[in-house]
Design a protein around this ligand. Structure first.
Ligand code: BG6
Length: 501
């Protein structure tokens, strides 16, 4: 399931250990790795947080987080939890207090000596982005970045920067204490099994790749729809919006995997060399093209069944006149030989009717439509790469309806991961944490890729800021966003798919 590289003894320090991400994703992922026997014998987690507490109190917090986010109270699990918790430690660290890092250094050194663990350390920045530079500088200040006594790696969460310029600035600052091999920019979409499977589908099989180009593909739709609103994250989201929250990172990374050239060999550099080329080839959308090629929307208060969903502007932490987008749809082009003039439609939104993430490859029609009049559905061959739910791959094509004549109907031939009964699909964070632990950065975003995607989204965000004429469309919760998003197709017969979850 995971990398075969040897996993060395190590320490995982989580900054922001009391936060939502740590509780919801990181601790459950680490515990899953532990129960799956993926962790080395000498391994400890050190929670680093601003709250004053001792190890025992933190162990109770970890236990509570696992109970909430990884519910499964079996006797075996109880037993392994008790052992696992002994490997969990805590050190109070105020991220902006430089002197606290001296205390952290002494604590980590003592712990590694006591437990006889080599000083291989991962620092996970599960903290607000404005603290990344400060924490990195504080680590450097006390030599916690030096590698003579063991390797040191930092995992940086998204958003990596707030714009093209700030991403470059952040990168410079991180590089002043850490080299590129030590920096792991996490994008959990790349950790999703089904995103990696896009590469396998394309490059293992002989029959997909020959048609994977402008000659046979009409358009590509990439959708990440969510049912939930910004619930409780209004403060963060209002200064981010769907473009920075989902498109700049997750969906452009997915696009890069869908559109990349086959690498000559399957290693981190070769793969990332190819994905970055796709991002660099994205045709810039100029300020005066934004209104035609990008549709932004914001959800409004809506009665759905018995419950009233508040509008985005009523969410906690959101400005009452906020123009932040909770929905974006983009028509993008990749200017290279493979994809010349094939539109890539990318869409994401909150409070949509389904929780679905998928990539749909729409193939061109057969050159001569013999059965056009008899077709009960639009003649349209599709390859559907389902990332969530029902993860798998499906092919949609026309079949004759049995009986007299030649009536045609579209049918689907599908593979679902769920059918592999014995196989547990690991959570993205499990996969990515383990990759960092073994020093494999293939599924982490490289600096040049991050820059290239900011280069694409920055002018769009700037156009929205300086040009109030560009509409912000309002949409009701539980709908597929503003119907204007269908105008991107430039053909009144075409519209976005409305997949079920
Ligand atoms: C996060 C975004 O990175 O990804 C969230 O900040 C979003 O707003 C989430 O809900 C979606 O991830 P997933 O794995 O649930 O599709």
């Amino acid at each position: 399931m995971f990398s075969k590289k040897k996993i060395e003894d190590q320490v995982l320090v989580i900054f922001g250990s009391n936060g939502d991400l740590a509780r919801r994703k990181l601790l459950p992922a680490i515990f899953q790795l532990y129960t799956g026997n993926f962790l080395p014998a000498n391994f400890v987690v050190v929670g680093a947080g601003s709250q004053e507490k001792d190890e025992n109190a933190y162990r109770k917090d970890v236990q509570a987080a696992l109970k909430e986010f990884l519910p499964n109270e079996t006797a075996a699990r109880k037993e392994s939890l008790a052992v696992f918790l002994k490997q969990v430690y805590y050190k109070k660290v105020h991220n902006q207090t430089t002197a606290d890092f001296e205390g952290l250094r002494d604590y980590l050194y003592r712990l590694s000596d006591q437990l006889n663990i080599r000083r291989n350390i991962i620092y996970y920045f599960s903290i607000p982005p404005f603290l990344y530079e400060t924490v990195a500088a504080n680590l450097v200040n006390y030599g916690l970045n030096t590698e003579d006594d063991g390797w040191k790696r930092i995992i940086v969460e998204k958003p990596f920067g707030y714009s093209y310029d700030t991403a470059i600035e952040l990168d410079k600052k991180l590089h002043s204490g850490f080299n590129e091999e030590q920096i792991y920019r996490i994008d959990h979409y790349l950790g999703k099994e089904t995103v990696q499977n896009i590469m396998v589908t394309r490059f293992y099989n002989g029959f997909f790749e020959p048609i994977w180009n402008r000659k046979y593909i009409d358009r590509v739709e990439i959708t990440a729809a969510e049912k939930i609103g910004v619930s409780g994250r209004g403060g963060y989201y209002d200064s981010s919006g769907a473009m920075r929250d989902m498109i700049q990172n997750h969906l452009l990374q997915v696009l890069a995997v869908v559109a990349m050239e086959p690498p000559a060999i399957f290693d981190s550099d070769s793969i990332r060399n190819e994905t970055v080329k796709v991002l660099q080839a994205l045709r810039p959308i100029k300020g005066n093209e934004v209104a035609q090629q990008v549709i932004r929307g914001q959800y409004i208060a809506t009665q759905v069944g018995d419950s009233m969903h508040p509008g985005y502007r009523q969410e906690q932490g959101v400005a009452p006149n906020s123009k932040t987008e909770t929905f974006v749809a983009i028509k993008a082009f990749i200017d290279n030989w493979r994809w010349g003039d094939v539109p890539f439609y990318i869409r994401t939104g909150k409070h949509l009717p389904a929780r679905v993430t998928e990539v749909v490859i729409h193939l061109k029609h057969a050159p001569h439509q013999l059965f056009k009049q008899l077709c009960l559905t639009q003649p349209n061959n599709m390859i559907i790469l389902r990332i969530h739910p029902d993860a798998g791959v499906a092919i949609d094509f026309g079949m004759k309806i049995p009986g007299a004549g030649y009536k045609v109907h579209n049918v689907e031939m599908a593979f679902k991961y769920a059918d592999l009964a014995e196989t547990k699909i690991p959570e993205a964070y499990e996969r990515l944490l383990l990759d960092c632990m073994v020093g494999d950065s293939t599924l982490y975003a490289r600096a040049d890729a991050v820059k290239a995607s900011w280069k694409f989204v920055d002018p769009i965000i700037q156009a929205w800021q300086v040009n109030p004429e560009i509409p912000l469309y309002f949409y009701e919760c539980n709908t597929w966003g503003p119907h204007e998003s269908n105008h991107l197709f430039g053909d009144s017969h075409m519209k976005w798919r409305e997949p079920n979850d």
